[in-house]
Design a protein around this ligand. Structure first.
Ligand code: A5P
Length: 233
């Protein structure tokens, strides 16, 4: 087996995903290194004459897409999106996801919810049996009263730690902060997501449950395979 560089694998995955896109579509454009590889592959197709428009999930993705000549639209200008392509940090067998390591989870979720088909694109190592095993769960909070929100998050049974950017708290595109929360493997992600949503001060969390319709995953040797939710959506 030839082991490929991650960037090479992501480029192969991105090319396969971009090949599915048809002229006239409006697409959700995700954030992070995998989604950026997709935007690059899409830009190449646009250069060759494909007509698409996109709604970006972060200022970083918006900048890249516009540099590549992809027409951008605001989320509120469109009723629905034909498809969305975005990465993830963890993917379980039902295609429930953890997202937000890149800090764009709020806009990513707002866009994903409007997509007729939401496709998660990812390296195969992010497939897990249970969410909460690889990385802490990102939770986006308003800056005001952050210390008290942190205590409420800890009280539902996890260990929040404020994400920093140098010596200052990391700030999202929406002007919020992020707590990365050690949860351990989640027995019941639906109940945990509901408990988080009930906390005042939390804007959104990185659990994307029942949102992804399919996944395209790339193996170490560059093979891309499709994964459908185990129980079906
Ligand atoms: C960004 O906020 C995230 O949700 C990303 O989609 C996720 O972190 C995956 O990022 P990479 O593609 O860089 O691994």
């Amino acid at each position: 087996v030839t082991l490929l560089e991650t960037s090479e694998r992501l480029a192969m995955l991105a090319e396969r995903a971009a090949a599915e896109v048809e002229s006239g579509m409006t697409l959700g454009l995700g954030s992070g290194s995998t989604a950026e590889a997709f935007v690059r592959a899409l830009g190449e197709r646009v250069r060759q004459g494909l007509r698409v428009s996109g709604v970006a999930t972060s200022s970083r993705t918006a900048k890249l897409a516009s540099e590549l000549g992809i027409t951008l639209r605001e989320l509120d200008e469109v009723d629905r999106l034909d498809a969305g392509y975005d990465g993830a940090d963890e993917i379980d067998p039902e295609l429930n996801l953890v997202k937000g390591r890149g800090g764009a989870l709020l806009y990513e979720k707002l866009v994903a919810l409007q997509c007729d088909r939401f496709v998660v694109i990812s390296a195969a190592e992010k497939l897990v049996d249970r969410l909460g095993t690889r990385l802490p769960l990102p939770v986006e909070v308003v800056p005001l009263g952050r210390r008290h929100t942190e205590a409420r998050i800890a009280a539902i049974g996890c260990l929040p730690s404020l994400r920093m950017a140098g010596d200052k708290p990391f700030v999202t595109d929406g002007g919020h902060h992020i707590f990365d929360c050690e949860t351990g493997p989640l027995e019941n992600p639906i109940a945990f997501a509901a408990a988080l949503k009930a906390i005042t001060g939390i804007v959104e969390h990185g659990l994307f449950l029942g949102i992804a319709h399919r996944a395209l995953v790339v193996e170490e040797d560059g093979t891309v395979r499709e994964v459908r939710p185990k129980l079906g959506l």
